[in-house]
Design a binder for this molecule. Structure first.
Ligand code: IMP
Ligand code: MG
Length: 207
């Protein structure tokens, strides 16, 4: 049996399980690629958890130069909500990353498609990720960002799938721990679709 290293989650969020039959956007009902989207985490629960994370970050980063690094594309919704729950002066930078093709399996290949626009030297960098799955993407990004000589680098991830960990990464702020299912919505995509769902859902392919 292969044993995988566990990521270091200093403040684990609640573990969620899936329930079927919750609402989904009407436009996806008729989509030929999908038969069903079920709600895993509804919009209210996400908003409540984002408020809690924002309050923690506000406490922890008071008096520091905070730079949120939004990992595109998947984190664009989470970052915009989180930034508005942090009651501190901060900067937002974007890092474009592609780690998945048109499939639901990790390729392990991380391609930078857009770099930071300003240096982060001596700044306190908080990387905002949609989901830590195998951990390969965030491990690569942490290595990259450390070469820019920030005062600190930490990770805030909305979701974590511990069952799929391939490399140990620190997750300093975590929204939710989820089971080993491919999820969409709230910025996360499946072949570039579903990013605009206001909740985290499970999509079942019709093929
Ligand atoms: P990792 O490198 O395997 O940790 O994967 C990181 C990236 O893969 C995430 O930032 C997502 O963009 C994407 N990803 C991983 N799991 C999912 C999922 O369940 N749904 C949508 N995207 C995912
Ligand atoms: Mg991502």
């Amino acid at each position: 049996m292969v044993t995988r290293p566990r990521p270091v989650v200093t403040r684990p969020g609640p573990t969620v399980t899936t329930h079927l039959g919750a609402p989904f956007l009407q436009c996806y009902l008729a989509h030929p690629m999908a038969t069903n989207v079920s709600t895993m985490i509804d919009a209210d629960r996400i908003a409540e958890r984002v408020r809690e994370l924002g309050a923690e970050i506000t406490r922890d980063y008071a008096g520091r130069n905070l730079v949120l690094v939004c990992v595109l594309k998947g984190s664009f919704v989470f970052t915009s909500d989180l930034a508005r729950q942090i009651d501190l002066p901060l900067r937002v930078e974007f890092l474009g990353v592609r780690s998945y093709g048109e499939d639901t399996k990790s390729s392990g290949i991380v391609q930078i498609t857009h770099d930071l626009t300003k240096p982060v030297e001596n700044d306190h960098v908080l990387v905002v990720e949609d989901i830590v799955d195998t951990g390969l993407t965030i491990a690569h990004l942490l290595d990259l960002l450390r070469t820019r000589k920030p005062a600190s680098v930490k990770v805030c991830a909305l979701l974590h799938k511990p069952a799929r960990t391939r490399i140990q990464v620190p997750i300093d702020y975590l929204g939710f721990t989820i089971e080993d299912k491919f999820v969409v919505g709230y910025g996360l995509d499946w072949a570039e679709r579903y990013r605009n769902l206001p909740f985290i859902g499970l999509v079942e392919s019709s093929s």
